[in-house]
Structures are given as C-alpha cells and as structure tokens.
Design a protein around this ligand. Structure first.
Ligand code: ADP
Ligand code: MG
Length: 234
C-alpha cells in the first residue's frame, strides 16, 4: 500500500488577476515507513507540495490520496481532524510555544486535538521526551534551549499523537552541521522505532544522503526520482 499517491497534482495560486502556477502536474507515490526528500531551489514548490500532503492547502487539480483518503473530499474541519489524527509537522524555525516548557510543548497536541486523559497523556509525553533524549530538560522553555534541543522537542511533538506521517519543511536549515546530523539521525531512529514516514523539503545534502527516495523539483515540476538502497527497517 502507498501512503501518498499523487497524480497530475496541480496547485495554482491566485493573487488578484495574476495566476502563479506553483505545482504543475506532479506524479509520485510514497511508501509507508519511508524517508523521502523533495529537493530543489527556493520557489520550486517544495513547501506547496508539503502543505498539500499535510492537508493545509487544497490542490487546484489532479488527485492526491493520503493514507487512503482522497483529500479533495475533506472540508476544512475534516481536514483539521485528519491532520490532528495522522500527521505531524516539523518546521525550519521550530515553532515551539515560547511560554511553554519542553514537556508542555510536547503535550500541547494531546490537549488541543486529542483530548487524551491525563495519566495516558503523561505517560506518552514522558515516553517521547525520553525517545528524543530530552528527559532531563523537560522543564526548560525554548529560550533556555539550543537549536538542536528545540528541534528535538519539535520532533517529539510531531510524534506525540502517534502520527503515521511527519512533514518536515527544511528542518535543518537553522542548525549547524553537527547538530543537523544529530537531528537527522534522531528522525531516522524514530522512523525505525515507530514506523513513521518522514517527508522532507530540504537543501541539506545529509538529508538527501539519508533519504531512500529523493525527488527533484524545478519550477513546479517533479523532474526526477532517485531511489537509494533501502535502509534496513526492522
Ligand atoms: P519552495 O518551498 O520550494 O521555496 P514554495 O512552495 O514556497 O517554494 O513556492 C512555490 C511558488 O509558489 C513560488 O513562486 C511562490 O512565490 C509561490 N507561492 C507560494 N505560496 C504562495 C501564496 N500563498 N500565494 C501566491 N503565491 C505563492
Ligand atoms: Mg519552502
């Protein structure tokens, strides 16, 4: 089964009378528990593509099936519900809530979307804090964390609702080389442990090297697909 199927996927933005074609008929499939990268220059459509897969933005034309659901059939509310249950997000600038601790940032989706009971919530947050190596930093706020620590918390937050798929838009762009390596290794570890699919938009050669499949985007076209040797997945 494919996790994501795109056929002739098209997105055209409209700014007044001007049409901006951002994605021009993309075809691709993404397998479960995979590490997939969309690479390409700035403006090539990477974020637009990720936003459509994440049901944050509607395709203009074509087909997009995510986890077996034709996302064109989802209205705003259904899309939000679908996202909350199935999809985690990681951003370039971390997007943590500044007034909340590491613990509270990770817990946030469970309170806002899932309404988990308190004991189950605590157990899950502790499990994720441990998984990303931030157990001892649970009470720190974002301004007391390094960039790498913030992104670890963001990875935990993306996984806390047991998302089947994580969308990471240039997640290492604001990290130094070594820290980026650690965060990528962590995401791969999480993929191996939880079977979560990670879909990246990136310029980072390290992510391209780690990805099993790399799609190159140029000016709204998915140009090529490189399939690397599949990493062992338990
Ligand atoms: P990337 O993430 O690869 O830098 P984007 O997906 O952000 O590329 O943008 C692709 C194209 O779509 C660009 O030409 C950009 O200017 C345009 N675009 C993106 N978002 C919008 C929007 N909300 N309204 C109008 N044009 C947009
Ligand atoms: Mg972008």
């Amino acid at each position: 089964m494919s996790l994501v199927i795109a056929e002739g996927l098209t997105k055209t933005y409209r700014a007044g009378d001007v049409e901006v074609p951002a994605i021009k008929g993309a075809d691709f499939v993404i397998a479960p528990a995979s590490f997939v990268a969309f690479v390409g220059p700035s403006g090539s459509g990477k974020s637009t593509l990720l936003n459509m897969i994440g049901c944050l933005d509607h395709p203009t034309a074509g087909k997009l099936s995510v986890l077996g659901t034709d996302i064109a059939t989802l209205d705003r509310r259904a899309a939000a519900d679908f996202r909350g249950k199935n999809i985690g997000f990681i951003f370039q600038d971390f997007n943590l809530v500044p007034v909340l601790t590491a613990y509270e940032n990770i817990e946030y989706p469970l309170i806002m979307v899932q309404e988990w009971p308190a004991a189950k919530r605590r157990e899950q947050v502790m499990r994720l804090l441990k998984a990303v190596g931030m157990e001892s930093q649970a009470d720190k706020r974002p301004d007391q964390m390094s960039g790498g620590q913030k992104q670890r918390v963001a990875v935990a937050r993306a996984l806390v609702s047991n998302a089947k798929m994580v969308l990471a838009d240039e997640p290492t762009a604001n990290l130094d080389h070594d820290t980026a390596h650690h965060v990528i290794d962590l995401m791969k570890q999480m993929r191996d442990e939880f079977g979560t699919t990670f879909i990246f938009s990136t310029h980072d050669p390290k992510i391209m090297a780690e990805a099993e499949t790399t799609y190159t985007l140029e000016d709204g076209h998915v140009l090529s697909r490189v399939h690397h040797a599949q990493a062992a997945h338990a």
